[in-house]
Write a protein that binds this ligand. Structure first.
Ligand code: ZN
Ligand code: MN
Length: 497
């Protein structure tokens, strides 16, 4: 890597960064944008295709109404105006995974425009202005085989899968984001994170950055501090995690500063981001005047959503995610740190459902974020797919509260629930996990433990109650963890009083 990088604090001392973010969201509609092919992920290559999405001559597209509905809801959630009338446009360029040689998109008539999204950056609100949100279709997917890093250079041959061709996309474009200064990397990350939270709350996409259902392109330029001009930008494509968005901005700021402070000029181009070292490398040169020969799509009727429909959709908008987060943190009494982990793990809706089933917020949080999250990570699945429902967590915690089991046994109950051994009660029964409720066997185990360690009995009698710990440990061992430690302690102290 030959880039000259200027240390970040020197960059922000000398330059003002301008950010721009373009986010593509893949909608979770049943069918594609302009045909009836299934829009599901992961099918055998080229099995979810038809003459329309393969661009065969004479095939006629029809707009997916559900995709328009999702586009309007996204636009409204971003505080945009919704066009009374808009059209699709052909964006002409050649790419092997785009069989029509044009992408059906929107150009000067987007469905949503002039909005904003407030994002939280280290406790401060930063307003990001939205230029537009428009509808378009995804391309197919190329795989380059035989090279070293999956890129076309050095590959022996390439394969194309058109299952993704025609999947509905919404592209959300910001206006230039100015004034972020040293916080530019954090603002970029917070914005993408806020968009993802919004998309999740709207339920219009799987919103999986790692699977490409949300993809961010990061534009960045620098201008001499206080100059008020916009510098030449680079566009880092398809950055696929929040952390990578932050790193890409940081890297590009240092790289641009390296070029500018040496008297050079930044090349306007696309860049690739590299996860391994956080660097970017040159993609293709791209000028603003790049001629896509846009023209209105003649095969599709214009989209003219009635104001009544728009208002109906406005009424379906969920609570703003940031507001909801603050409200629930307050309601549940979680610390900032606890809430951060809850939010980042996607546990909040699960905790909400568990609390609704009667569990205290802290108990619900403990199971989901500590125990079940680890299991989900180990299994490589989302927390919601770990194999335990909020109702089951509530049932297990109720059994802990009733002293039928303790926390340690509860973990074994979760093992059984995940293994499909029936209800929590079934698992306890089958595995023999209930706490010993009868004092008799506990007293017998205490007597054995005291007989084995007579000096400890003396210490306890002498007032050293902490010494009871060793006896409790022995009783727990003897009962295979199925004793109630608090009750054992009471019995020991009663006996030696
Ligand atoms: Zn199709
Ligand atoms: Mn696009």
């Amino acid at each position: 890597m030959s880039d000259t990088l200027v240390p970040f604090d020197e960059v922000v001392a000398a330059y003002d960064p301008a950010l721009g973010l373009e986010i593509h969201v893949e909608l979770n509609t049943n069918t594609k944008m302009f045909c009836g092919c299934p829009a599901t992920f992961g099918g055998e290559p080229n099995t979810q295709v038809c003459p329309t999405c393969l661009g065969l001559p004479g095939a006629m597209p029809v707009v997916n109404g559900k995709a328009v509905e999702s586009a309007i809801r996204i636009g409204l959630a971003l505080n945009c105006e919704i066009a009374e009338w808009c059209r699709f446009a052909r964006k002409n360029y050649f790419y092997p995974d785009m069989p029509k040689n044009f992408q059906t998109s929107q150009y000067d008539e987007p469905i949503a425009f002039e909005g904003y999204l407030d994002v939280d950056v280290e406790g401060e609100t930063f307003r990001v202005e939205i230029e537009r949100a428009h509808m378009e279709e995804d391309t197919g997917k190329s795989s380059h085989v035989g090279g070293t890093d999956g890129r076309i250079h050095g590959a022996d041959y390439s394969l194309v899968d058109y299952n993704r061709a025609g999947i509905p996309l919404i592209e959300i474009v910001t206006k230039p984001i100015l004034g972020a200064g040293e916080k530019a990397p954090l603002v970029a990350k917070a914005y993408v994170s806020a968009i993802r939270d919004l998309i999740v709350a709207l339920g219009v996409s799987d919103a999986r950055m790692d699977q490409g259902s949300i993809r961010a392109d990061v534009n960045l330029s620098l201008a001499p501090k206080g100059s008020g001009v916009l510098g030449t930008r680079s566009e880092t494509k398809n950055v696929n995690s929040l952390r990578s968005v932050e790193r890409a901005v940081r890297y590009e700021m240092s790289r641009h500063a390296g070029i500018l402070s040496a008297g050079g000029s930044v090349l306007q181009e696309t860049r690739h981001f590299h996860e391994n070292d956080g660097s970017t490398s040159s993609g293709r040169e791209k000028s603003d005047a790049e001629d896509y020969r846009y023209f209105p799509e003649p095969d599709l009727v214009p989209v003219a959503p009635s104001r009544e429909w728009v208002e109906e959709l406005r009424a379906t908008l969920p609570e703003n995610p940031a507001t909801r987060r603050a409200r629930l943190q307050e309601e549940y009494g979680f610390s900032d740190l606890e809430m951060r982990d809850v939010w980042a793990s996607g546990a909040l809706p699960l905790i909400e459902a568990t609390v609704a089933a009667g569990t205290s917020p802290q108990s619900a949080r403990k199971w989901w974020v500590a125990d079940l999250l680890r299991r989900a990570n180990d299994a490589g699945v989302e927390l919601a797919e770990v194999g335990v429902t909020p109702a089951q967590v509530a049932e297990v915690q109720a059994l802990v509260d009733a002293k039928t089991i303790n926390d340690k046994l509860a973990r074994q109950v979760f093992d059984g629930l995940i293994a499909g051994e029936g209800s929590a009660a079934d698992v306890i029964e089958k595995r023999g996990l209930a706490l010993v409720s009868d004092d008799g066997p506990l007293i017998a185990a205490i007597d054995d433990a005291l007989a084995a360690q007579p000096d400890i009995a003396e210490k306890i009698r002498g007032g050293n109650h902490a010494a009871a710990g060793a006896v409790i440990g022995a009783v727990m061992k003897a009962t295979r963890g199925q004793a109630d430690a608090a009750r054992v302690r009471e019995l020991i102290l009663e006996k030696l009083a």
